[in-house]
Design a protein. Structure first.
Length: 115
């Protein structure tokens, strides 16, 4: 017989986020209360070019456990050239590294990230 401690059930249920994974460099703003807000993301695309994401809108931030590993998950969006880019930033707390997960893109007339 086994028992789960409070919160362990949620940790076991987290699944890998679907999307294109990239290693990233992230610049964050830290508030006086210790909250972190991503401001700038740089990553390498498929052709080896360095891409930069600015004007990031933070939609949601939460601490999660993926396969028992503690991470901070940031659901974000950015809008450039009339295209909305939804993406997730995963901060590996123990390693101090970032993953960028690229999701969908939508045309400006359908969704506006700045709302």
């Amino acid at each position: 017989m086994s028992f789960l401690l409070e919160g362990q059930e949620e940790r076991l249920q987290e699944r890998r986020v679907a999307g294109k994974y990239r290693k990233a460099a992230v610049s964050c703003w830290f508030t006086s209360k210790g909250r972190s807000i991503p401001q700038l993301v740089k990553y390498e695309d498929e052709e080896g070019r360095i891409r930069c994401i600015r004007q990031i809108r933070l939609l949601k931030a939460e601490e999660k456990y993926f396969a028992g590993i503690r991470m901070k998950r940031y659901d974000c969006c950015s809008q450039e050239d009339g295209i909305r880019r939804n993406f997730i930033l995963l901060y590996h707390v123990e390693e101090g590294t970032w993953d960028l997960v690229l999701l969908c893109e939508e045309k400006e007339n359908r969704v506006n990230c700045s709302e």
